[in-house]
Every structure is written in structure tokens, then in C-alpha cells.
Ligand binder design. Structure first.
Ligand SMILES: [Mg+2]
Length: 298
């Protein structure tokens, strides 16, 4: 019962020992309290096994947020780079994310089919992604918006969707990239009509009503000499984040036994990092080039 030692030591430790015993007794009582039954109200939200778990975040009222913070229209590269920085932080801090895709004010994160992170509880996946992303958005804001103060705290909603096969997962990501293309083509023409032709938002909207992609490309080309395909790939394709080996150069102090002062030396280390790409993920080429993403054992 008592720790070994002299009477003096035992005597001095007595109050601590009694307090510890009281705490333990209380702990036992609490674990078996009459309130314990409320645990049964917690719903089971375990994600189905063998499925890809996707968490998609979306900025809350980002239309207003973009206006208040003077985002450049139709695309603000600072805002897009900040979103990607947040997504990279999520991938580095959380476990088992194999690929992420983002555009506009949204980002999707794909967890390994066999991930057992937090016992696959959907609420854990979703809340960890959303909170890590939102805090990163505030934390890194100044790095991307040097002259624009953050006027109020942004928020992001999240959802979890399960995809039961590689094909459905690829179709999900294709859907988001197709959405990026449709919205960006529309926004590019819409804002060019306003900014370069002096149309009002209503007139620009009216001009684009019922037009197809080819019509929009034609307006850009014939009226404004803009070839849509030459617009930055980040705007047209969105951003894909995948793990790749990256050489990182860091300075390290090297000291030989005989030396008093160390020498600063550049050391190159290879590390896996979430690297941004702005490529097509709808076709097969991307998946053939990166088979490890869908490999269930990687
Ligand atoms: Mg939104």
C-alpha cells in the first residue's frame, strides 16, 4: 500500500496519498453514476468499412466575405493560394488523407479506404477537418493578404460522403472539377463583360442567358481577344493535392570534435509533402500516372 521509505517520507506523503485515494474513489463513482445512461443518446456514426471517406468543406457566405475583403473578380489568386495552404495544413496535421481537391471556396479531402482514424467516426473526420482548416485560414491570412486586414472570422461547413468504389470516387472528383470549369468559364465571361465592356451585372447576365460553352468561348475570343485555354490552369482546373517526394534544403550546424564553433551547412532532405497540381483529373491519364493514390495498400 505505502511506498517504501522512512517514516518521515511516509508521513510527508500522507496528505497527497489521501487526496489521490479520494480522486480515484470519485472517479469510480462518476464512471458508475446514475447519469451514465445519457451515453446511450450518442448516435453511432461509424463510416461503412471499405468505402472512401470524403469530407467536403464549403465557405459560409463567401460571396459576402469576398466582397468585404475586396477579392479580385473573377478569381483572386491570394484567396485560392490561402485555401490551398489550409488544405496542405489539414493533410499534414491529420492522418490518412490521400488526395484533396479544391476550387473557389470549397475543398474535398479523401481519406484512405481502410483508414481507422478515430474508429472511422464521421463526426470526428468532419469536425477535425473543418476546425483545422478554419483556424489555418485565420492563422495564415496575413501571409497572403498583406494589405487587407481580416475583418471578421470566416466559417466553413462540412459534410461526409462515402464512395463505395474507385469509380464512384473518381466520378465524385470529376464532378467537382467539371463544376469548377463550368463556373469559371461563366464567371470569366461575366466579369470581362462588366470590366471591359462596361455592362451592368444585369446586362451581363442577360447576355449570357442560354449560351453554351462554345458561345462563351466565342464571346471571349471575338470580343476580347481572350483564348480561354490560356487562362491560368489554377482557375480552369482547380487544385489537386497529392503526396510527393520533395527535396527540402535546410541549414544545419555541423561541429567536428576538434572544433569549438560549428559550421552552418546546407543539408538536403527528402520528405513527403502535399504538392499542388492544376491538372485534369477527369481523364484516365492522371490516375495512370499516380496509381498509388487508389492503391488500397499504400
Ligand atoms: Mg460557399
Amino acid at each position: 500500500m505505502w511506498p517504501p521509505g522512512s517514516f518521515k517520507v511516509r508521513y510527508c506523503l500522507a496528505p497527497t496519498y489521501l487526496a489521490l485515494r479520494r480522486c480515484l474513489r470519485l472517479g469510480v463513482l462518476m464512471a458508475k453514476s446514475k447519469f451514465e445512461y445519457v451515453r446511450n443518446f450518442e448516435a453511432d456514426d461509424t463510416c461503412l468499412p471499405h468505402c472512401w471517406v470524403v469530407v467536403r468543406l464549403d465557405g459560409r457566405s463567401f460571396h459576402r466575405f469576398a466582397e468585404k475583403h475586396n477579392f479580385v473578380k473573377p478569381n483572386d489568386s491570394r484567396a485560392l493560394h490561402l485555401m490551398t495552404k489550409c488544405a496542405q495544413t489539414v493533410m499534414e496535421e491529420l492522418e490518412d488523407i490521400v488526395i484533396a481537391y479544391g476550387q473557389s471556396d470549397e475543398y474535398s479531402f479523401v481519406f484512405k479506404q481502410k483508414s481507422n482514424w478515430f474508429k472511422r467516426r464521421a463526426s470526428k473526420f468532419m469536425t477535425h477537418v473543418a476546425s483545422q482548416f478554419a483556424s489555418s485560414y485565420v492563422f495564415y491570412w496575413r501571409d497572403y493578404f498583406e494589405d487587407q486586414p481580416l475583418l471578421y472570422p470566416p466559417g466553413f461547413d462540412g459534410r461526409v460522403v462515402l464512395y463505395p468504389s474507385n469509380q464512384t470516387l473518381k466520378d465524385y472528383l470529376s464532378w467537382r472539377q467539371a463544376d469548377c470549369h463550368i463556373n469559371n468559364l461563366y464567371n470569366t465571361v461575366y466579369w470581362t463583360l462588366i470590366q471591359q465592356s462596361g455592362l451592368t451585372p444585369e446586362q451581363a447576365q442577360e447576355r449570357l442567358k442560354g449560351t453554351l460553352a462554345a458561345d462563351k468561348n466565342e464571346i471571349l475570343f471575338s470580343q476580347f481577344n481572350v483564348n480561354y485555354n490560356n487562362e491560368p490552369p489554377m482557375y480552369r482546373k482547380g487544385t489537386v493535392l497529392i503526396w510527393q517526394k520533395v527535396d527540402e534544403v535546410m541549414t544545419k550546424e555541423v561541429k567536428l570534435p576538434a572544433e569549438i564553433e560549428g559550421k552552418k551547412m546546407a543539408v538536403t532532405r527528402t520528405r513527403m509533402r502535399p504538392v499542388p497540381l492544376h491538372c485534369d483529373i477527369i481523364g484516365d491519364a492522371f490516375w495512370k500516372e499516380h496509381p498509388e493514390i487508389l492503391d488500397e495498400n499504400s
